[in-house]
Design a protein around this ligand. Structure first.
Ligand SMILES: Cc1cc2nc3c(=O)[nH]c(=O)nc-3n(C[C@H](O)[C@H](O)[C@H](O)COP(=O)(O)OP(=O)(O)OC[C@H]3O[C@@H](n4cnc5c(N)ncnc54)[C@H](O)[C@@H]3O)c2cc1C
Length: 436
C-alpha cells in the first residue's frame, strides 16, 4: 500500500537521540540486556518511556512479575528528548474538559490531570532520581486575544483551587527576563526535570522493584497464546497473561489500527552551552520554564547549568539540519537579545503523538491487552499518570486508581497521508499565529 511517511526507527546516525543535550548531561544508563531466550511474565510492557516505566513501577511494586521490552533503551522515544516541562493540564481549559468528557467523567479527569505534576515529583522524591527537578512554569500570551483567553483560564483553575497566578507584562519581565509578552499565567505546581535522567531513574526504580528490562528488543509480533499473549522479538519470545502497549509516537504496526490512531509530528529543540554571567541572570532569571500560546507552540527553559533550550514544531526529520534550526535561533534571539552572540551546539528532534480530539487515549484492545497514548505534547506528567492507570487495569481489584475513560480504538481516516495533512495544517497555523 502507498505510504509516504518516514520509518518509525531511523538507522543509527540518521536519528538525533545521541546528539541531544539531555543525552550529553543525563545520569548514566544501566546496561539492560537484549532478550535472547524465551521468558514468561504476568505482564509484558512494550515500550520503556514514561508510560511503560511508570506502569512497571506500579506493577512490580504491587508484586506483579513484569517484563519491559524496548526497541532501543529506556528514554529512547519522546521521554528522553522532550522539553522536560512538567505541566499539570491538558490543552483544554477546565470548563471545556467537562464538555469533552461529560459532567461526571470531566470532574474526575480534571482532578487527575491537576495531580499529574505531583505524580512526577513524588516519584522523583521517592526514588531519589537525580533529574534536576524545579518548580514553576509560565504560559505566556503572544497577543491580546491570548491574554484574554489566559485570564479566563487562570480564573477557571483558581476556582478549582489550583496554585496559579495571572501576570502582567512587568511581572513577566521580572520572572522570565523578556518583554515579548503582554501577560501570562504562572503555574506554581508545574516545573521541569532533566527528561532523560527522569526516564533512566524510572527504569532503575522499576528494576529495583523486580521488573526485568530488556534493551534492543523490538516486538515484531503480538498474538494470542492460549489464555494469554505471546510477543516475539527477532530472537526470542515473552509469554504473558497481560500486555501493556506503551509505544506512543514510536508505535510500530504490532496492533491493527493502533499506529493509525495517532499522528506523529516532530518537535525540534536547540540548546546553548552554559550561559556566562551576566547573560544567565538576564535570561529566565526567576522562573526557568515557559511556553507561549501560539498554535505552533514555542517553548523554552534553562537547565541546571544555565544552558538555554528552546523548541517548537520541526520538519519530518529525526535529525534536523542547521538550516532547519535557523527559525529557532531567530526566535531565541527575539525573546532574549542577549543571546545574539551565543552558539547553539545541540540540536535534536523527537516524535510527539497527536490525537484527532487532542486528548490522550486509553484503550482495552482485547482481554488482557491495554494501551495508553496520544499526549499531544503534554506527556511528562500525563504519561507518568497513564502508566499508573494502565497498571491498575492489569491488577484485579486495584485500589485508589485515578479515573480515565476508556475509548474504542479509532484509526484516523487516510492516515497514510498524514504527513501531507500535517504540513498543510502547519502552514495554516503559522498564518493564524502571525495574524490573530
Ligand atoms: C521534542 C519533544 C518535546 C516535548 N516536550 C514536552 C514537554 O516539555 N512537556 C511534556 O509534558 N511533554 C512533552 N513532550 C511529550 C512527551 O515527551 C511524551 O508525551 C512522553 O514522553 C510519552 O511517553 P511514552 O512513554 O508514552 O512514549 P515514548 O517516550 O515515546 O516511548 C515509547 C517507547 O516505545 C518503544 N517502542 C516502540 N515500538 C516498540 C516495539 N515494537 N517494541 C519495543 N519497544 C517499542 C520506543 O523505543 C520508545 O522507547 C515532548 C515530546 C517531544 C518529542
Amino acid at each position: 500500500m502507498l505510504n509516504i511517511n518516514p520509518p518509525v526507527f531511523e538507522p543509527p546516525g540518521k536519528d538525533s537521540f545521541e546528539s541531544s543535550l539531555w543525552h550529553e548531561t543525563a545520569i548514566s544508563a544501566q546496561p539492560y540486556p537484549r532478550l535472547e531466550k524465551a521468558e514468561t511474565a504476568d505482564t509484558l510492557i512494550i515500550g520503556a518511556g514514561y508510560t511503560g516505566l511508570s506502569a512497571a513501577i506500579e506493577l512490580a511494586g504491587s508484586g506483579v512479575d513484569a517484563i519491559v521490552l524496548d526497541a532501543r533503551e529506556p528514554g529512547f522515544g519522546a521521554s528522553g528528548r522532550n522539553g522536560g516541562q512538567v505541566i499539570p493540564a491538558f490543552k483544554y481549559d477546565p470548563d471545556q474538559i467537562g464538555k469533552v468528557f461529560g459532567e461526571s467523567d470531566g470532574r474526575a479527569v480534571l482532578d487527575m490531570v491537576s495531580r499529574t505534576a505531583d505524580a512526577v515529583f513524588d516519584l522523583v522524591r521517592r526514588f531519589d532520581i537525580a533529574c534536576e527537578p524545579t518548580s514553576g512554569w509560565i504560559q505566556a500570551a503572544h497577543n491580546q486575544r491570548s491574554a484574554d483567553m489566559l485570564a479566563s483560564r487562570c480564573e477557571q483553575w483558581r476556582a478549582r483551587g489550583a496554585p496559579v497566578d495571572m501576570l502582567d507584562a512587568a511581572q513577566i519581565k521580572r520572572l522570565l527576563g523578556t518583554d515579548a509578552y503582554a501577560a501570562g499565567v504562572l503555574f506554581r505546581h508545574a516545573g521541569t526535570v532533566q527528561p532523560l535522567s527522569y526516564a533512566r531513574g524510572l527504569a532503575a526504580a522499576a528494576q529495583s522493584l523486580g521488573a526485568r528490562i530488556y534493551n534492543y528488543s523490538p516486538v515484531v509480533k503480538l498474538e494470542r497464546n492460549g489464555q494469554g499473549w505471546r510477543a516475539a522479538t527477532e530472537s526470542a519470545t515473552v509469554d504473558a497473561a497481560r500486555v501493556v502497549i506503551a509505544t506512543n509516537g514510536y508505535t510500530t504496526p504490532i496492533w491493527p489500527g493502533l499506529r493509525e490512531s495517532i499522528v506523529p509530528v516532530y518537535s525540534m529543540q536547540i540548546a546553548t552551552d552554559p550561559l556566562p554571567e551576566p547573560i544567565a541572570r538576564e535570561v529566565m532569571p526567576v522562573v526557568r520554564s515557559m511556553a507561549d500560546t501560539r498554535r505552533l507552540v514555542c517553548y523554552a527553559r534553562k537547565d541546571g547549568a544555565d544552558r538555554f533550550i528552546i523548541g517548537m514544531r520541526g520538519p519530518f526529520k529525526a535529525r534536523p539540519s542547521e538550516e532547519d534550526a535557523r527559525g529557532l535561533v531567530a526566535a531565541a534571539r527575539a525573546l532574549y537579545p542577549a543571546l545574539q552572540g551565543m552558539a547553539f551546539p545541540y540540536r535534536w528532534a523527537g516524535r510527539v503523538a497527536m490525537t484527532a480530539d487532542h486528548i490522550p487515549h486509553l484503550h482495552r484492545l482485547a482481554p488482557g491487552v491495554v494501551a495508553g497514548l496520544g499526549y499531544n505534547g503534554r506527556g511528562v506528567g500525563m504519561a507518568t499518570m497513564m502508566g499508573r492507570i494502565l497498571a491498575a487495569a492489569c491488577i484485579d481489584g486495584a485500589q485508589g486508581v485515578p479515573a480515565y475513560p476508556c475509548t474504542p480504538l479509532k484509526p484516523i481516516p487516510f492516515h497514510m497521508f498524514y504527513r501531507v495533512g500535517v504540513q498543510a495544517m502547519v502552514t495554516y497555523y503559522r498564518m493564524l499565529d502571525r495574524y490573530s
